[in-house]
Ligand binder design. Structure first.
Ligand code: SF4
Ligand code: SF4
Length: 157
């Protein structure tokens, strides 16, 4: 009997990734699934631009969850981010990679763990900004979400 895989987070059909990896995946999807096109993205005013290569560009905010939250606030219909259902596969469209982080909080850590990470960040960096993620370890063979930027559906979860 095949082993059932456990979802990374309820409501999300994609794999568990860090916030930085998720932004990178989002950008690859945004570029029609082509990693080689991501560096050539002309939208330097996009909130994800400084993170599109899977590293944090010099001078860019390290608060990746805030970056995603702000992006989602502009993306979700009527700003209704909590009700975005793009975390699920829909027909041939894969889930939106940043969906788990859309509220500006990682669903993978408890409040206690988040506080420990916050304390660690303060001790290491002198502030509670998010630590840099490790280098992306995901496959670049990512199915395309859309030929343009993914959009929320606004439907109930
Ligand atoms: S437009 Fe934004 S989301 Fe799309 S590839 Fe460029 S930086 Fe990434
Ligand atoms: S589709 Fe939903 S999760 Fe994806 S960027 Fe838009 S609001 Fe955020």
């Amino acid at each position: 009997m095949p082993k059932k895989s456990t979802p990374a987070v309820p409501g999300y059909d994609g794999p568990r990734k860090t916030a930085l990896e998720s932004i990178r995946m989002f950008c690859v999807q945004c570029m029609g699934g082509s990693p080689s096109l991501v560096p050539e993205c002309p939208s330097s005013d996009c909130a994800f631009y400084a993170y599109r290569s899977g590293v944090i560009a010099d001078g860019a905010s390290r608060r990746l969850l805030r970056v995603i939250k702000d992006y989602c606030a502009a993306c979700a219909p009527e700003g209704d981010v909590p009700r975005c259902t793009a975390g699920k596969c829909y027909l041939s469209l894969p889930p939106c990679p940043v969906w788990p982080f859309r509220r500006g909080v990682s669903p993978y850590y408890s409040a206690k763990t988040r506080e420990q990470r916050r304390a660690r960040a303060i001790s290491l960096f002198g502030s509670a900004t998010q630590e840099a993620d490790s280098a992306p370890g995901f496959s670049e063979t990512i199915p395309t979400h859309t030929s343009a930027q993914p959009v929320g559906t606004g439907e109930a979860l």
